[in-house]
Design a protein around this ligand. Structure first.
Ligand code: 13P
Length: 247
């Protein structure tokens, strides 16, 4: 059985005091939940959040560079993340791909670097509205998965968490229906089965992301291949995020 994983992506929101307060409140509300709970917070808050030493709420970053150190102005390395107690890192979010030009090759380097440093990568894939209308969703997502997992050993693959985030559903209030999400997520698992065999593919957790709210989480989680959610806007309010965790 795959443990459900609900992760919040705070994006570029929250100062340090706001972040600390939100994590403390969240911890109280989700303490006895069966799901794995992760908050992916801005870099500037990570050290303070992991110093809280919360038992239930785990801390993640939203990005990193793949090198351990070097002349890479403005970047943060996997070593720097583990150094402050971070355990998860979002890789290849569509905002990184679209706004900051991240390619599948770079995403692959970051996934492998995260695994080498014992960080759990939350690997994001997903199509634009245009690609969906053109009927390219499955081919595109299949390609993103194959490139992102390239060079990832079978033993390491189950550590990766995949997040299927259709770009047209992010921050738009327009959620993919549970059926649409399940359909693509099942094809992702089929790709992983081709790459690693059924046993490993069945162990890999796949989340859905895009306008997840307390009102739609149960329907999504009822689908056999959906193992969790990557939540943007609704993760900013501890009450809403806790309601999602306790779907
Ligand atoms: P929203 O939940 O705000 O649509 O954002 C989804 C997302 O991008 C999570 O990574």
């Amino acid at each position: 059985m795959r443990t459900p994983i609900i992760a919040g992506n705070w994006k570029m929101y929250k100062t340090m005091p706001e972040a600390v307060e939100a994590c403390r409140r969240l911890e109280e509300m989700v303490e006895d939940s069966a799901a794995e709970v992760v908050v992916c917070a801005p870099f500037t808050t990570l050290s303070a959040l992991s110093a809280l030493g919360l038992a239930k709420v785990k801390i993640g970053a939203q990005n990193m560079y793949f090198a351990e150190e070097g002349a890479f102005t403005g970047e943060v390395s996997p070593l720097m993340l583990t150094d402050v107690g971070v355990q998860y890192v979002i890789i290849g979010h569509s905002e990184r791909r679209e706004i900051f030009g991240e390619t599948d090759e770079l995403v692959n380097k970051k996934v492998r670097a995260a695994l080498e440093h014992e960080l759990t990568p939350i690997l994001c894939v997903g199509e634009t509205l245009e690609q969906r209308k053109d009927g390219q969703t499955e081919t595109l997502v299949d390609g993103q998965i194959r490139l992102a997992f390239s060079g990832v050993a079978p033993e390491a693959a189950p550590t990766v968490v995949v997040a299927y985030e259709p770009i047209w559903a992010i921050g738009t209030g327009e959620t993919a229906t549970a059926e649409q999400a399940e359909e693509v997520i099942a094809t992702i698992r089929a790709t992983l089965t081709q790459l690693y065999g059924a046993e490993i593919a069945e162990a890999i957790r796949i989340q859905y992301g895009g306008s997840v709210k307390p009102a739609n989480i149960s329907e999504l989680m009822a689908k056999p291949n959906i193992d969790g959610a990557l939540v943007g806007g609704a993760s900013l309010k501890p009450e809403d995020f806790a309601a999602i965790v306790r779907y």
